[in-house]
Write a protein of this length. Sequence first.
Lengths: 334, 179
Amino acid sequence: MLALAALFLFLAQVVLATDTNIAPYCVIVGGQIIPVQSNSSLPKKYGGETLYLQSGVSPNHRPPTPKPTPKPKIAITPVPAPAIPAPITVKKPAKEHSSHKTVQSPSSTSDNKSNKDLGDDYGNAKSISDPLEPMNRGTFWFNHQLYHYVFIPLSKTYKFIFPQLVRTGISNFFLNAEYPTRFVNNLLQGKPGRAGLETEKFLYNSTVGVAGIMKPSAKVPWLADLPSTDTDATLAHWKIPSGCYIVWPILGPKSLRDTVGFVGDIALDPVTWPTYGTLGGVAGATTLAVSAPKTTTKTSEKLDTYEALTRTSIDRYSAVRSAYTQNRKKVSEQ
Amino acid sequence: MAGSVMASNEAAESRLKSSVDQVVAIAKASKDRPSLIAKVQPVLEKILDFQIMTRRAVGPGWRQFTPQQQKEATSLFTTLILRTYTAKFTPGEYPDVIYKSSSSQAPGRVEIPTTAQYKGSRYDVVYRMEDKEGWLITDVMIEGVSLVANYRSQFDSEFKQGGVNAVLQALQRSVAESK
């Protein structure tokens, strides 16, 4: 049973988290996805056959179509009618400014700046361009069935066999072992100070924390809140745009850039190192043996997040896409 | 000016802390999940501003709702938020919350970053609070993911497809399914 679970979960890296510098535009030309900064940066030759397929969910990343009306000035609008009528806002009416003036459709949402002035900015988060939405939704549906009917039951079995304490230990161990990913990426982002702290944390947890199974660094003020980082964050730091949103089978959501980052993270993960040099054979088996519990633990954690996020959602797909985008933004900005 | 900002930060912080302490005390004392949720609910109802959260989550389309529809949407969304919030509550388990220094982006608004250690994991949680005849939570960001913005993205796609009715139906469906 466990072997089966490990095998399944080895295949799974449900990555729900990750992005910043979101959304340049993506165009599809001859079956290829090409991220571009804006309409104007498109090579001329693509001009005629370019498909702009915006998700439409967020208006913030539409190509800057020239609008005759500039950003409206708030003061001029004579319609500050209370957005909420009396029965609902009995407790707190007046103070809140009315939010938007034209409300024909969500696409008339004013941009982040003017919303800020109106005190209604919390709803607006940057969204990622999603030209592949129809296909992505299909893959998302497939993944959901897989998580729901296969991975989540397996994950429950795993949790039943290993109590929380053991799972935390396994999780700590692998998180500690991923030190090279954080060290290298901090250096690549020009943060030698953080790379040094990561080293201190790694040495401390590896010794006092018994090979990283325990996490004594959580009690050290300057090590406890060291923000995590990865290859995608480095690419974001280098101002490489995220590219469009892709839902991979089994793996789940990633931006185009994060897909590249993911490969970088795998390469920097010591767990995969035995495979280098000698492909297959004993080394390959070692990697598989070591990475199975890692993937099982990580997947189980990520499935928890997925379940929590989608259980009370209105539209699962949009919920996951938004969470992914917001979380990646945080990781790469910290 | 600086003094008043400090004072409002402190007021918001102490309000948040007392609510979190109440929730922790309830979680410590509760024996089973249903009673835990039943006891926690009133505490959350006092500190969360459901009207504002619903309105912002729906976004600009809110103006097209009739008062009756707004009322219904708020009530359904309240149920969903409470479920989202209490989904992870387990009797006897409670988060270890560390408060960091809060900041104020505008008068009457305070953001309080915290770290919550819960069931072996560490989460960055930012509480956004606003002064509406007392400090209330108007948004919660867990690991960078804002609750309000997350729902806004979902409501946007529903609204685009079928307007007010689509939003209400989606809410009803979600409330029925997430029981």
